[in-house]
Design a protein around this ligand. Sequence first.
Ligand code: ATP
Length: 248
Amino acid sequence: TVAPALLTLEDVDVVYGAAITAVRGVRLHVGQGEIVTLLGANGAGKTSTLRAVSNLLHAKLGRMSRGRITFDGRSTAGLPTSRLVSSGLVQVLEGRHCFRALTIEENLITGAIGRRASKAETATDLELVYALFPRLRTKRAVLAGLTSGGEQQMAAIGRALMARPRLLILDEPSMGLAPIVVAEIFLALTALNRDQGLSILLAEQNATVALKAAHRGVVLENGRVTLTGIASELSARDDIRAAYLGLN
Ligand code: ATP
C-alpha cells in the first residue's frame, strides 16, 4: 500500500481580480518525507501556488477560484493560515520576512508562540535551530535588521522550524544570496529531511541547487504544470538544462 500524500493539490486555479488567471488546473502532491521543488520562470505561478496552499492569497488580492487542496487528508478550504500553521503546514515567505527591530533570537521565539510552547520546549527548539545554523547562535542578540541577507533567511527558516512543521514550504529561499550561503541553507534543508523526515515543498528559480536537493520537480509555465518527474531525471534532460539550468 502506498502512504497517502501529505499535501495534495487538485485542479487548482488562482485568479487576481476579475481578469488575471495566474494558476490553471495545477495538480501536484508532496509525499511524507519528500522534497518537491516547483521550477519556473519569473511569473510562472510558483508564488501563487504556494500562497494558495497556505491560504495567503488574499494578502495579494488573489483567490483560489477552483480546485481542492488537502493537507494530511483534510481540506484546507476556509482555514486561516494560523490554523494551518498549528496543524504543521508552515510557510517561509518570499523575501525573508524578519522583524527587523527584534533580535535574531526574538525572531526565532515568535515562531513558537502559535503553539503555546513552554519555556523549556522553546529553549530545546532554539538549540536545534542554532545547531542547524551556527551563524544564528553567534548573532542571537543582534537586531535582525542589522544582519546579512543570508542570516535573515536562516532566521526566517529557523522561525518556521520553531513552529514544529510537518510540511515546510519555502518560496525562493536562495533569492539574492551568495552561492556559499545558498549551499549552507540547502545543506540544512536536506539534513532536516534526511534526519527528521521533514517534508518540504519549495519554489526556486535556482534549478541547479533545487534539483540537487529535491526528490521530485514540478515545472510550471504560464500557470500550468508542463512537466513533473524525478529530480535527477529532470536535471539530465536537455530541455530542462537549456531552460532552467543555464547549460546546454
Ligand atoms: P516570482 O518569481 O515573481 O515569484 P512566480 O512564478 O512565483 O514568480 P507569481 O508571483 O505566482 O509567479 O505570479 C503569477 C502571475 O500572476 C504573474 O503573471 C503575475 O503578474 C500575476 N500576479 C501575481 N500577483 C498578482 C497580483 N497581486 N495582482 C495581479 N496579478 C498578479
